[in-house]
Write a protein that binds this ligand. Structure first.
Ligand SMILES: NC(=O)c1ccc[n+]([C@@H]2O[C@H](COP(=O)([O-])OP(=O)(O)OC[C@H]3O[C@@H](n4cnc5c(N)ncnc54)[C@H](O)[C@@H]3O)[C@@H](O)[C@H]2O)c1
Length: 375
């Protein structure tokens, strides 16, 4: 599809017309929220959650009592009061005045915990990935469709102001027809203080647990799921480090989408600090966009890269995602930007990639979609 005939200036303004998430907040009802799993990610969500207008944190839960206590302290410091729990099912049974749950427990728990929370009618903000296995993604989708509450998934980069503006620019036709996405995620190794990150049975390996965010942004930019995946990867530097490691430390993926659109993604942990980092670029028939910086470069070689207008510039993506969650609950919006359907696709994509790497074969979308029950 060729772009509509708008000037660059029009297109930049169109990109800037993002939903006024921040301005809409003060008018609604208070939403009583429980944070479940307050480790690395959950405590970061909580730090931002306590400052979202209208979110009242009424409960915190972790199987590690000291983490739950520390979380309650964070709430107290922000002027609130949260009940402390170590068993979230007991919490759901006994503390009825909870409207929503923010769940950040490890990946292998998502399927059972997501469904348990949806079944008792709570609104759910669930961390990514949706699940580790194809059939489980489909089970969560069914539960979310039947649930009273809304479900939003932890693809918070969709709410990052720069990336959000860049994606809207692409979707408005700003770079013309999308041709290719190129991503790199090069850094040091995973944090050693979270042992389950190194166990592929618990995290699904690093495409599913880590690469998932950039792949989600590319699928969003292209606007549909890939047709097939191919890839290669392994563990070549951090062999058995830490002891018992079963996850890779590097891989490369190529994903083919309809109409010849391709994603090329390189992810490894060999990068000396600050050497190459992250890159998320989308190339189109009229020019290319850098999602991280929200700049675009027309194919006209003379022009400098152009910074897009970015609403809420500099605001944290996790804050924006939680603010959107609160707003979606108030308005009953069952199709958030990071919704369960897009999360299902964006979980199946790294599952395809991981299979392609492990089994050294091309993996078709049909295969995983059938297993998930959506084909
Ligand atoms: N969106 C992002 O950018 C992002 C970043 C990091 C992690 N994550 C996701 O967040 C989730 C948590 O990852 P993490 O890095 O915080 O791991 P973590 O191990 O630091 O934290 C998980 C917490 O869950 C607790 N927990 C485990 N079982 C529980 C249960 N039954 N009830 C209550 N608490 C329980 C653990 O004690 C721990 O405190 C994962 O799904 C991960 O993929 C998302």
């Amino acid at each position: 599809m060729e772009p509509v005939n708008l000037s660059r200036r029009d297109l930049i303004h169109l990109a800037a017309a993002a939903p006024a998430v921040l301005s809409a907040q003060n008018k609604g009802d208070v939403i009583r929220v429980a944070f479940v799993g307050v480790g690395n990610r959950g405590s970061f969500l909580l730090k931002h959650g306590v400052r979202v207008p209208g979110i009242q944190v009424v409960a915190v839960c972790d199987i590690l009592p000291e983490r739950a206590e520390a979380a309650a302290q964070v709430v107290a410091k922000a002027g609130g009061k949260a009940r402390v729990w170590n068993d979230f099912r007991k919490m759901l049974d006994e503390q009825k005045e909870i409207d929503a749950v923010v769940l950040a427990t490890p990946d292998w728990t998502h399927k059972d915990f997501d469904i348990a929370i949806l079944e008792v009618g709570k609104n759910l903000y669930a961390e990514k990935p949706l699940a580790l296995h194809t059939r489980d993604t489909g089970a969560i989708l069914q539960a979310a469709k039947q649930a009273k509450g809304i479900m939003q998934v932890g693809f918070q980069l969709r709410h990052d102001p720069n990336r959000n503006a860049a994606e809207k620019f692409i979707q408005s036709g700003g770079i013309g027809r999308v041709l290719m996405c190129h991503g790199i995620r090069h850094g040091g190794d995973l944090p050693r203080n979270i042992p389950w990150y190194f166990d592929k049975t618990k995290c699904g390996d690093i495409v599913i647990d880590q690469g998932i965010h950039i792949l989600d942004l590319f699928t969003w930019a292209i606007g549909t799921h890939p047709i097939r995946a191919m890839g290669s990867g392994g563990t070549d530097l951090f062999v058995d480090e830490p002891k018992g490691r079963t996850v890779m430390d590097n891989y490369s993926l190529i994903l083919e989408y309809p109409n010849g659109v391709r994603v090329n993604f390189s992810h490894h942990y060999f990068d000396p600090p600050g050497f190459s980092g992250d890159q998320e670029r989308v190339f189109g028939s009229n020019g290319s966009v850098d999602l991280v910086s929200a700049t675009w470069k027309p194919r006209d070689r003379k022009s400098e890269p152009i910074k897009l207008e970015v609403p809420n510039a500099g605001e944290d993506s996790t804050y924006m995602s939680l603010a959107a969650f609160a707003e979606n609950i108030r308005t009953g919006n069952r199709k958030p930007v990071n919704n369960v359907e897009s999360a299902l696709v964006s979980t199946l994509v790294p599952i395809m990639g991981t299979r392609a790497i492990y089994q050294k074969r091309i993996v078709e979308w049909e295969e995983v979609a059938k297993e998930a029950g959506i084909a």
